[in-house]
Write a protein that binds this ligand. Sequence first.
Ligand code: AMP
Ligand code: MG
Length: 399
Amino acid sequence: MKSVDRHLAEILSTVRAPAPLELDLDQALGTTLAENVASPVALPPFDNSAMDGYAVRTQDVAGASEARPVTLPVMDDVAAGDGATYAVGRGMTARIMTGAPMPGGADAVVPVEWTDGGKVRVEIRRAPEVGYAIRRSGEDVRPGQVVVPAGTRIGPAQLGILAGVGRRRVRVVPRPRVVVMSTGSELVPPGSPLTPGKIYESNSYMLVGAVREAGAEAFRAEAVTDDPAEFLERLEAQLVRADVVITSGGVSMGAYEPVKEALTPIGTVRFEKVAMQPGMPQGFGVVGEDKVPIFCLPGNPVSSFVSFIIFVRPALMKMRGLPSGPPETVEATTDRALRSPKGKTSYLRGVLSPAGVVSPVHGQGSHQLGALAAADALIVVPEDVTEVPAGSTVRVIPL
Ligand code: AMP
Ligand code: MG
């Protein structure tokens, strides 16, 4: 059997990020920047007031106190956005608002809270130091400074600074578009009546959610029956909008395995046994003219989910132009003994406490979606370990 590490390594050496494109900032959240963005301007662009108050020459108010206030005439009102040029002469002051440009001559702002708030004359009851409450031009960003380097995931703060330096469009690695397709003649969509022999189709909802959480765009294709010809036809129709395809079901050892039957003859998708539980049968390869990567995951819901976490998510990270590799793990103490089949890596579903104790959930079958939904961690038991005593340190993948 193929090891989990080797399977992942093969996947990561196959997938690559889609070509960068220019997007409007409003479309860029969650993408990865594909250029170094340097600021054409200084931030702040001009010296401005950090507070509502009075622009003063510090010499004029030196020694001002509650007991001995200094009274100055108010010559001007300077508001944020005011483009006029002002100057504060000796022995004078201007009322100034947060964000308004500092008038010439003034070297500090007296916060309104230190005054009587006068409009014609103002009584100042405390003396500021030189530079007090002034935001200096360029103190945040110098002109020419790279504010967001290539390779950065664009989150809300990055959108803020990109807009803040005047950018409207940015070159990014777009979110990969992922088509999710379930197979199985037993599947009916949730929300419709359940007839004998049928089950609700749940994998596509789970996988679409997982894809979106992994920062990619997901499209759900309608589930297909176990007819290989139908599967192939529907797959081809989806390829135009896919950077990746994920199928579930139809890859095991039984009869009526449409994914395996349809794709094996094409020769570009390999169906293999990977030494893991759940998730042993795995298909991976490329399809279509554009060699779109395809993950053919097993149908059992927990197997599908675990396969996504172990193989698909790292691939999506790489396709987003982000660092990728095996899922990150943390150490925890298992509060119960664990068992694992020899020669397979187990991913047991567990609940991880803030104190670092992990407890396997009841119901470790690969069909037990209810138990999966109650878990928030996967406990990793390595290939060569078959028993883990209670109280042992284990590695877990937080979900
Ligand atoms: P398969 O891999 O197609 O043999 O499916 C394995 C098991 O998973 C069967 O019990 C299927 O009914 C179930 N299964 C397959 N696909 C889905 C799906 N999309 N939603 C829920 N259960 C599924
Ligand atoms: Mg099936």
